[in-house]
Unconditional design. Sequence first.
Length: 99
Amino acid sequence: MASRNFLALDSARLGAAQEVTIGAASAASTAFASTTYQIRVCSTIACRIKIGDGTPTATATDAYLPPNIAEYFTTGPSQKIAVIQEAAAGKLSITEISQ
């Protein structure tokens, strides 16, 4: 699937939502549903994220996610997202998207 600008996204159904507390150590979400191929994430603070199979571990060199900006990422069923703080503690909100 090619990446698309969020302004050009087709309409999609919102699925399960969860929050992961962001701290000094990497924390991972629960596994995404078998129908999830895209997620929407938004953080209350600057953080680093990593999406992967098993239980990914986010590090200080992984993708930077700025605070208060929703981003969409392509994922696969049963994958997870991990997050680690860039600054003070906050929350990462994740919403699964299905078509």
